[in-house]
Design a protein. Structure first.
Length: 373
């Protein structure tokens, strides 16, 4: 019998946040937040992502009460002999029965006139039904509370994210050791996905891979020619926690201007990571990034300087207009680029764990562009 429990959720922290906002509780309707609060493996990238696949028929839910304790609401066929960390567990065998269980539990838990936190993605019809069941209910979007909880990682989450990153880096390292100039984009993507599983990953987050001017988002197969840049941006998933790393290769001799720009961008990324000290605002970090670009004679053309990472690849962006503050045990991916020529952007992406003195670099791969023969 396995105990199903979350790696990072802290009921006491949640209770304090609820008290500060005078909320009676939170209704969680997204798979990511249900996984975070309960540990139920309902996200993509689990050992068996069937609960994610069945979410259209058996949507998982959680309801957090005023004490910060969550309830689990899940398809009955998933429980088996497992023991759940949550005290209250509601199940149903029937399609959409979990929604009926949610509505009954919400009606029993919250009195009339309650202020209830909800996710901004809660289905509107579901909100309408709850409004009819609880007289005078006031809904308050609680995305900020969930962000506040999820951004600060527990020691168990940090370990899981480090392990996930190690897999992604091993994928890129292996690819660059195997790749020859006749490989196509599709072969790179296929091999990257295969390696994620061979190296112990439980899912693929992304394989944003390009050769030359090929589209790395909506992939097109392409075999490069001498002088093409190869971009490996790979993310694996390990038990629901993702990784994200990016390194560059080049078909043939590496031009001096490419190596120089790559070194500049690696320096900017490293300095930015080190500057992630607790108490600093995201906007302060970005102002320094702009200054670093200008010092190197580069235009600061970036929407964000990076993002936090955890259950989602891009949790919160590191942007110029954000007043959010860096806190210890946040994990950031700093990724910054600059154009080498029209349509060709050079840069790197590294992962940093915030400690008391700044960002500790978790990424281990060197930044040098790899020559592909």
């Amino acid at each position: 019998m396995a105990l199903i429990k979350p790696l990072g959720y802290n009921p006491d922290r949640c209770r304090r946040l609820l008290e500060e906002r005078a909320l009676s509780g939170i209704i969680l309707t997204s798979n990511d937040n249900v996984f975070y609060a309960t540990g139920l493996p309902v996200t993509r990238g689990q050992q068996n992502p069937i609960l994610f696949a069945l979410s259209n028929k058996f949507p998982p839910y959680s309801v957090i009460n005023s004490e910060g304790m969550p309830a689990s609401i899940i398809w009955a066929g998933a429980i088996g002999h497992h023991e759940l960390w949550t005290k209250d567990v509601l199940t149903s065998f029937f399609p959409n029965g979990t929604t009926e269980e949610l509505l009954q539990y919400v009606e029993q838990t919250f009195p009339r006139g309650s202020r209830i936190g909800i996710e901004s993605t809660m289905p509107y019809p579901l909100a309408q039904v709850i409004e009819k069941k609880i007289e005078g209910v006031e809904f308050v979007v609680a995305d900020e509370i969930m962000d506040e909880l999820r951004l600060i990682k527990s020691s168990e989450e940090i370990t899981k994210l480090k392990d996930s990153l190690e897999i992604a880096e091993a994928v890129e390292e292996t690819i660059f050791s195997e790749m020859t100039s006749d490989w196509s984009v599709f072969k790179l993507v296929s091999r990257s996905k295969q390696l994620i599983y061979e190296l112990g990953g439980t899912g693929v987050d992304h394989a944003t891979i390009a050769i030359g001017m090929s589209n790395p988002e909506i992939l097109e197969d392409y075999v490069g020619v001498a002088g093409d840049l190869v971009v490996l941006d790979v993310g694996g998933i390990l038990d629901g926690y993702v990784s994200d790393t990016r390194r560059l290769g080049h078909l043939g001799e590496i031009p001096v201007e490419l190596a120089d720009l790559n070194n500049i961008m690696a320096d900017i990324v490293m300095e930015t990571g080190k500057s992630l000290r607790p108490g600093r605002t995201f906007s302060e970090i970005c102002a320094e990034v702009e200054a670093r670009y200008l010092e190197h004679g580069r235009d600061p053309l970036f929407l964000s300087a990076g993002h936090t990472i955890g259950i989602q690849t891009e949790e919160v962006w590191l942007t110029r207009d954000s007043t959010r503050r860096v806190q210890e045990n946040m994990i950031f991916n700093v990724e910054l680029y600059s154009p080498l020529k029209l349509g060709v952007y050079v840069g790197t992406e590294d992962t940093f764990l915030v400690n008391g003195s700044g960002g500790e670099k978790l990424t281990r791969l060197p930044h040098e562009v790899v020559k592909i023969r």
